[in-house]
Design a protein around this ligand. Structure first.
Ligand SMILES: Nc1nc2c(ncn2[C@@H]2O[C@H](COP(=O)(O)OP(=O)(O)O)[C@@H](O)[C@H]2O)c(=O)[nH]1
Ligand SMILES: [Mg+2]
Length: 237
């Protein structure tokens, strides 16, 4: 059982000024509409409908926050998630590249996403969801380029691996690695970019993605229950 299984809905944000004032690390999922982002979040969190896997791409133009921690304590009680017990946040960013989004909505998106990924201090890393059958789009590259200067890690998840045979998977992975390696800073150093294959359908790459996300959130090795020592008198049953 992964800590990510504790994820529960926290808040929805449509303007940067409304971002939560939380201090815990957060990890954001970005990707083209229909790339498989909602499906990946749901399977990683072992929940069917956490991130709404919409059949209508581009519907979700808001930033959705899910909390890790705090929930399990009260899971079987009526009390709400205790904000002071939240250990990390998962952030579902609006999908991009949906052709029918109007000009002004596109502009809103660019401002929201660009500013968020470049300025949000609590953002520990970006998970870029890309359909393994398709090359990186201009907007995927835009995300890479917005985020690279922060020096923070990007982990690319190439989805729908089940649609490719073994050779095609190896090829897609190599192509993505080559692209990611082509980004270097002013000193010629590679950015902390990684990539993996993934299939929600076959549960391929699930453990790898889970371990990577927990590591990026600095939750690696953390247990799903607080240590005895961490329990204050107040919280002891
Ligand atoms: N075959 C296959 N289909 C997938 C996989 N992941 C997502 N899909 C399908 O791709 C479509 C878009 O997925 P969704 O998660 O809604 O994409 P989003 O727009 O990026 O959130 C849906 O029909 C999913 O069932 C996968 O690993 N394998
Ligand atoms: Mg979605």
């Amino acid at each position: 059982m992964s800590l990510l299984w504790q994820a529960r809905f926290f808040t929805t944000v449509n303007h940067l000024r409304d971002l939560p004032k939380t201090q815990v690390p957060e990890i954001a999922f970005a990707g083209r509409s229909n790339a498989g982002k909602s499906t990946a979040i749901n399977i990683l969190c072992n929940q069917k409908k956490l991130a709404f896997a919409s059949k209508t791409p581009g519907r979700t133009q808001h930033i959705n926050y899910f909390s890790i921690g705090g929930a399990h304590v009260g899971q079987h009680r009526k009390d709400a998630t205790r904000v002071d017990e939240i250990r990390a946040l998962l952030v579902d960013l609006p999908g991009y590249g949906y052709a029918e989004v109007s000009g002004s909505a596109k502009h809103h998106w660019q401002e929201l996403l660009g500013d968020y990924v470049q300025r949000r201090e609590q953002l520990a890393a970006l998970i870029l969801i890309v359909d393994s059958r398709r090359p990186f789009t201009d907007l995927d590259i835009q995300m890479l380029e917005w985020f690279a200067p922060t020096g923070k890690p990007i982990h690319c998840i190439l989805t729908k691996a089940d649609k490719l045979n073994r050779n095609e998977q190896a090829h897609a992975l190599r192509q993505a690695q080559t692209l990611l390696k082509s980004y270097v800073d002013e000193d010629g150093q590679a950015f902390p970019f990684t990539v993996q294959m993934f299939s929600a359908l076959k549960r391929q790459g699930l453990e790898e993605a889970d371990a990577k996300i927990l590591a990026l959130l600095n939750l690696h090795g953390a247990t799903d229950m607080p240590d005895e020592a961490e329990l204050t008198d107040e919280k002891k049953p």
